[in-house]
Design a protein around this ligand. Structure first.
Ligand code: FAD
Ligand code: DHB
Length: 384
């Protein structure tokens, strides 16, 4: 079997790459170890930057996103007994974000690939990459797929990054001493906009998916397990953190999904080796506070598509050679923004009173200075 681009992973990065390549007349095969049902139900991100929405719409997969996605023109920062709105329409006119579940993006992309006769293989076993320097190929479940190029879109725990010979990649990473417990609940959102809350009990985030489904996150200890968090405990803790301004009442409902996500930052440089190109979480992850992970995956894929289109058009390798450098600028900006949002809003156990006062002082600055609020807003909606 032979294809132009062998893609490992049917997350947002792998599926979007396969779709964008198809639009350029370039063939690909996507190999995914999980079932279609599993990837379509995996609840994760929800905030799409303007650039991500534009990419999906331009690629013809934004019809449901435009119909069902929820455009947001601001977020609330809540701390010290008061809420403060970061108003995108005033600070970054014409730019906004759209709340639309990652698994809905995944469903839309899978539907588009299958409608176009795309080759997506689910529940594929033992994917391995070979001969990255020249004539690369993939093996899986006893089969062999020869490729011109391999795209490692297999997330943080995939097989493509570890296949790069030792000593080639420089790795930068940081683990945070806490995790996020995320839930989905069948209840109307208690607020029209997302609320990022800092309290002495820890961080909480009120998000949503639709007029009848809400999404919440709680800062929990790094070793927290879902079993330690029965529904009543989750609602009590969300109340304690979110009902921290006068007049705000949290409406509760049936919890339909729970999961714990570790908070970690990671970058592997360069994002390429030989004929292998890494995209999305396979190359870098951010703590979720700035909502950047999915958006970075989409940005990588945009760059990789242009580079591959040039390569397959006339054999030119300039854009492919510069792929990693072209992506890493945005990656590091997002790393800094995610670190900044995380340290601004979470409680750190080893923080001394001086550190806590610094954190509150910075929150006061961000919510009172237009320049500081603009910095937050333009990073949140996404840099061009
Ligand atoms: P993934 O989605 O991880 O996809 C990789 C795929 O590869 C998976 O389907 C996996 O099953 C498959 N795979 C792995 N190993 C193999 C193998 N050996 N063989 C074959 N297939 C393999 N980002 C945002 O932008 N905004 C947000 O609001 C946001 N919130 C988040 C909230 C949470 C709770 C979490 C966990 C993440 C959040 N993120 C957010 C991050 C975002 O979900 C990820 O950055 C995004 O999923 C990256 O996409 P990807 O395609 O690179 O990787
Ligand atoms: C969501 C996730 C995030 O990481 C974030 O910062 C905002 C919203 C969400 O899943 O809705």
């Amino acid at each position: 079997m032979r294809t132009q681009v062998g893609i490992i992973g049917a997350g947002p990065a792998g599926l979007l790459l396969s779709h964008l390549l198809h639009l350029r007349g370039i063939s690909s095969v996507v190999l995914e170890k999980r079932s279609r049902d599993y990837v379509e139900r995996r609840v994760r991100a929800g905030v799409l930057e303007q650039g991500t929405v534009d990419t999906l719409v331009e690629a013809g997969v934004g019809e449901r996103l435009l119909r069902e996605g929820l455009p947001h023109h601001g977020i609330e920062l809540r701390y010290g007994g008061a809420g403060h709105r970061i108003a995108f329409e005033k600070l970054v006119p014409g730019r906004s974000i759209t709340v639309y579940g990652q698994q809905e993006v995944v469903k839309d992309l899978i539907a588009a690939r299958l409608a176009a006769g795309g080759d997506l293989r689910f529940e594929v076993e033992d994917v391995a990459v070979h001969s990255l320097e020249s004539d690369p190929y993939l093996t899986f479940g006893g089969e062999r797929l020869d490729c011109d190029v391999i795209a490692g879109c297999d997330g943080f725990h995939g097989v493509s990054r570890p296949a790069v010979p030792e000593g080639v990649l420089s790795v930068y990473e940081r683990d945070y001493p806490f995790a996020w417990l995320g839930i989905l609940a069948r209840v109307a959102p208690s607020s029209e906009e997302l609320i990022y809350t800092r309290t002495e009990r820890g961080f909480a985030l009120h998000s949503m998916r639709s007029p009848t489904v809400s999404r919440f996150y709680l800062q929990v200890p790094a070793d927290a397990r879902v079993e330690e968090w029965p529904d009543e405990r989750i609602w009590a803790e969300l109340r304690a953190r979110l009902e921290s301004v006068p007049g705000f009442t949290l409406t509760t409902g049936e919890i339909t999904e729970k999961g714990v996500t570790p908070m970690r930052a990671f970058v592997a440089e360069p994002m390429q080796y030989g004929r292998l190109y890494l995209a999305g979480d396979a190359a870098h992850i951010v703590p979720p506070t700035g909502a950047k992970g999915l958006n970075l995956a989409v940005a990588d894929v945009r760059v990789l598509t242009e580079a591959l289109a040039a390569y397959f058009a006339d054999g030119s390798t300039g854009l492919l050679d510069g792929y990693s450098d072209a992506c890493l600028k945005r990656v590091w900006r997002a790393q800094h923004f995610s670190w900044w949002m995380t340290t601004l809003l979470h409680t750190f156990e080893d923080e001394d009173p001086y550190g806590r006062r610094l954190q509150l002082s910075y929150l006061d600055y961000v919510t009172s200075s237009e320049a500081a609020a603009t910095t937050l807003a333009e990073n949140y909606v996404g840099l061009p």
